[in-house]
Ligand binder design. Structure first.
Ligand code: HEC
Ligand code: HEC
Ligand code: HEC
Ligand code: HEC
Ligand code: HEC
Ligand code: HEC
Length: 420
């Protein structure tokens, strides 16, 4: 015989699950912003527009020449944001307080107008800005969009998986709820047909009481489990980024500026970093190289006397002490990286890995330098075989394959190539 007890159990689980269900649906609804499309096509189309027009000044998660863009479609109404992107000065002139303040905050830097962008372009742009190139929070503090080469560098559990897991969980819960609901109604009907005592009758016709559910042990256990899961996810993401120093920009002993030397005065990188084309290491220039110029250039900006920063170079030479530059990029000893292989043979620009150095007052580490970052690029990058006799045979052997010859095809994924 069925007892009341089993009905109590089933009804309680039903109520618990109902609460959990609404909790889950609530959180997933909160995560989605209906106004900006989160589709892969929109994001990738937006990325193309972004790279062509915005990349030089903006990153998604990091302040650059302009503000970090993620979230900007929530800072103002969408239509205003779109007008601002098309013609920022017009919106500022119209008296929009938020953008006027932002303009001041960025020292009246004029963002160029983009009247040529279509409404589709703008929608895609916003999709990319809100949903593109997500990285885990620890690295996000420093990264942003580094282009395809570093897309895998962020680490952490990919967001799509979490969304998927959440979706499946909601579905399963929904199914269980339906089944439990059915069982309850069948049982209630069944018990009603039996001649029941008054107590039992009252119990069966009792309505769902959510107040009780919140106080029940089971509810507390489920909430605790959810919190623990969240903390665990954060901790795991944190562990993935241990030792990753993206964005690291230590202060240097001399206020040497790449923006001035490599940017404004267009001194070639190789003039100072003499090793890049010929060896493993790029080399940091010795004070002698500085002296080639600073023998003559002493009073900077037309001021009287020798600049105190330049004086430091003289001190180094006089005391025969090297300048103690703080190292920015640093792979662990277990990994082997060779500059000439990439720059001279591979034909890769410094900026692909180091970012816009010629705009930096202080050098910052642009890429994550994780193994995933190296491997990602080796998977995607075609080898510059043109005019390289060494590769001619390989190209012939490879000619019946449809895909272009990539670094992975010449052993760029073999452990021993990168590990001693
Ligand atoms: C030459 C540099 C430059 C370029 C190129 C540029 N911006 Fe900006 N952007 C800025 C600056 C600087 C600001 C801060 C406001 C100001 O000074 O007008 C800004 C502000 C913004 C804001 C407001 C951000 C916020 O916090 O609300 C958005 C959105 C924006 N830009 C989007 C874009 C998009 C999209 C593109 C490419 C189509 C682009 N920008 C190209 C420099 C630039
Ligand atoms: C006039 C000499 C000079 C020129 C030209 C120059 N650099 Fe440098 N570079 C230095 C010095 C000195 C340092 C060390 C101090 C610092 O980090 O700012 C340095 C540091 C660096 C670092 C960081 C090294 C580290 O510690 O990990 C990178 C990367 C770099 N330069 C890349 C470039 C690139 C790319 C260019 C060309 C666009 C360039 N440099 C042009 C002198 C130069
Ligand atoms: C090819 C020539 C050249 C080389 C090599 C060179 N510089 Fe310069 N440097 C310049 C010029 C030009 C200026 C700007 C002078 C001015 O603004 O009047 C400058 C300015 C500077 C300033 C700014 C000084 C101040 O008070 O603002 C510093 C610091 C400096 N250089 C350090 C270095 C160091 C360190 C090296 C070696 C790693 C180096 N430079 C190598 C040409 C050079
Ligand atoms: C394929 C990516 C890549 C390219 C391209 C690249 N670098 Fe590097 N660079 C690195 C990595 C990785 C390190 C860290 C190396 C280490 O710690 O052993 C580094 C380190 C450096 C350093 C610090 C000193 C050293 O040699 O370790 C300098 C300076 C530098 N690079 C300059 C340049 C210049 C200049 C160019 C362009 C001519 C360039 N790099 C091109 C990836 C790159
Ligand atoms: C931006 C793209 C890019 C990144 C990032 C990159 N590489 Fe490469 N790498 C290349 C290319 C292109 C070649 C092929 C050069 C050639 O033609 O030999 C190459 C070749 C190599 C080779 C020689 C492979 C062989 O089979 O001969 C080694 C080793 C290597 N890379 C190590 C690294 C390491 C370690 C890192 C990360 C610290 C790294 N690379 C990051 C593009 C990249
Ligand atoms: C293209 C170059 C490259 C290849 C190929 C490569 N690695 Fe790595 N690996 C690296 C770099 C760079 C690091 C250092 C990354 C860091 O500090 O985050 C690294 C780190 C590691 C570490 C240390 C783990 C850590 O997070 O510090 C292990 C273990 C490792 N690799 C194993 C392997 C194995 C096994 C293979 C072959 C299946 C392999 N690697 C292939 C470049 C490579």
């Amino acid at each position: 015989m069925l007892s009341n007890r089993s009905l109590v159990g089933i009804r309680l689980s039903f109520q618990m699950l109902a609460v959990l269900f609404f909790l889950l649906v609530g959180t997933s609804a909160y995560a989605a912003d209906p106004s900006v499309a989160d589709t892969e096509e929109a994001i990738s189309a937006g990325k193309t527009v972004f790279n062509a027009n915005c990349k030089q000044c903006h990153k998604l998660d990091q302040k650059y020449t302009g503000p970090a863009l993620r979230g900007s479609s929530e800072r103002q109404p969408i239509e205003v944001v779109k007008s601002f992107i098309k013609n920022s000065q017009a919106v500022i002139a119209s008296g929009n307080a938020y953008y006027s303040n932002l303009y001041k905050e960025y020292n009246n830097t004029v963002m160029p107008s983009h009247e040529f962008l279509t409404d589709d372009d703008l929608n895609n742009l916003l999709s990319y800005i809100e949903y593109g190139d997500k990285v885990d929070p620890a690295a996000a503090a420093a990264s942003g969009t580094d282009g395809a080469a570093t897309a895998g560098g962020g680490g952490g559990i990919p967001n799509e998986y979490l969304t998927l897991i959440l979706g499946v969980l909601v579905l399963v819960l929904l199914l269980i709820l339906v089944v439990l609901g059915l069982i309850i109604s069948v049982l209630t009907k069944y018990l009603n047909k039996q001649g029941l005592e008054e107590d039992d009758q009252e119990f069966i016709s009792q309505k769902t009481d959510f107040g009780k559910v919140f106080k029940s042990d089971a509810f507390i256990i489920i909430v605790t489990a959810l919190v623990v899961a969240l903390v665990a996810k954060t901790a795991i993401d944190g562990l993935y980024s241990v030792g990753v120093q993206q964005g690291y920009a230590p202060a240097q002993p001399i206020a040497f500026s790449h923006a001035l030397h490599a940017g404004q005065y267009e001194i070639a990188c190789q003039y100072c970093h003499t090793g890049v084309e010929i060896g493993k290491s790029a080399n940091i220039p010795s004070a002698n190289i500085c002296m080639n110029c600073h023998m003559h250039i002493q009073n900077v900006g037309g001021k009287e006397g020798i600049s105190s920063e330049i004086q430091k170079i003289y001190n180094a030479i006089d005391n025969n002490q090297p300048i103690e530059w703080v190292r920015v990029h640093n792979l662990p000893d277990l990994a082997y990286f060779n500059h000439s292989q990439h720059v001279a043979v591979g034909g890769i620009e410094c900026q692909t890995c180091h970012g816009p150095i010629q705009e930096m007052e202080v050098v910052a580490q642009h890429s994550s330098l994780t193994m995933g970052w190296c491997i990602d690029c080796h998977r995607q990058t075609e080898i510059a075989t043109e005019g390289n006799v060494y590769y001619e045979k390989l190209v012939q052997l490879h000619s019946d394959s449809k895909d272009a010859l990539k670094v992975k095809d010449i052993g760029g994924l073999e452990c021993a190539k990168c590990h001693y």
